[in-house]
Design a binder for this molecule. Structure first.
Ligand code: ZN
Ligand code: FE
Length: 288
């Protein structure tokens, strides 16, 4: 016998279909990762009519998705100048009904609106703010959604990967440390949309750096299952990355100790310094 049918009904009944509180969530654009090349993702945001893409290194997967879902290409976001992020721009321009946004401190081909930290843009009704995140390239930018306390989106290009970070092609470890610090200051639920599926190989390194980190072990199993099912491991979240990404854990005693083992006894730098730890980790990963 149900002792309190009223309460049960109240707690189990679905909210009214047009509850005003639900409207902003239900009208949120959908996020789709389009696989490209060997391990890139071109993130596509759409509202059923209009689509935006991030870092279209190749036009083909974008044009296919637009056609399959009957979407109009309404805008493009670019994080940095590498070919696997801009290679599709020329072929997409004739199909584009809107702006191309890109980094002010580096050049991408053709006309575009150059953005720098503090700029904010509208993407399908979502407000994104621009962060300067040099390190992988000198003028790399990222786009982080504002006004969403639940699970804001972060398009971080090749600066942050799940369980890893980008190679330092044009920037210094200090710059990368500062850039990653901007990401770790974001809400834990922030959805981290990286542009490469590097998660499992990064986790192998993370497990060597921190063999006792149970979160790394557990996350590896989750990601192996996703990849075995042909699914992306992304988006990740800032909260997850803080638990498993050694490059965000440069002040953890276990990470500092692991980095020390990579240097001969009496090595010259003081690895207590988080930037020196990041530099040593990045060098270690490069030869891993
Ligand atoms: Zn890159
Ligand atoms: Fe890339």
């Amino acid at each position: 016998m149900i002792e309190s049918p009223r309460v049960m009904f109240a707690s189990h009944s679905p909210p009214p279909l047009l509850s005003p509180a639900l409207l902003p969530r239900s009208s949120r654009p959908s996020l789709v990762p389009l696989p490209a090349f060997a391990d890139n993702y071109i993130w596509l945001l759409h509202d059923g009519l209009r689509a935006w893409v991030v870092d279209p290194g190749d036009a083909k997967p974008v044009l296919t998705a637009l056609q399959q879902h009957g979407l109009l290409l309404a805008g493009i976001l670019v994080t940095h100048h590498h070919a696997d992020h801009i290679g599709g721009l020329a072929a997409l321009r004739p199909h584009l009904h809107g702006p191309i946004y890109g980094p002010a401190r580096e050049r991408i081909p053709g006309p575009y609106t150059a953005l720098t930290e503090g700029d904010s843009i509208d993407v399908l009704g979502l407000r994104f703010e621009v962060l300067d995140v040099p390190g992988h390239t000198a003028g790399h930018i990222a786009y982080v959604e504002q006004d969403n306390d639940a699970d804001p989106l972060l398009f971080c290009g090749d600066t942050l990967f799940s369980a890893g970070c980008g190679r330092l092609f044009e920037g210094t470890p200090a710059q990368m440390a500062q850039s990653l610090g901007k990401f770790t200051a974001l809400p834990a639920a922030t959805q981290v949309c990286c542009t490469h599926e590097y998660t499992l190989s990064n986790l192998k390194f993370a497990a060597v750096v921190e063999p006792a980190n149970a979160d790394v072990t557990e996350y590896t199993q989750q990601c192996q299952a996703l990849r075995a099912a042909g699914l992306p491991t992304l988006p990740s979240s800032i909260g997850q990355e803080l638990r498993i990404n050694p490059f965000l854990r440069c002040s953890e005693p276990a990470v500092v100790a692991a980095v020390r083992t990579q240097h001969s006894p009496g090595a010259r730098h003081d690895n207590q310094d988080a930037v020196a730890v990041l530099a040593a980790l990045r060098e270690w990963k490069n030869r891993f």
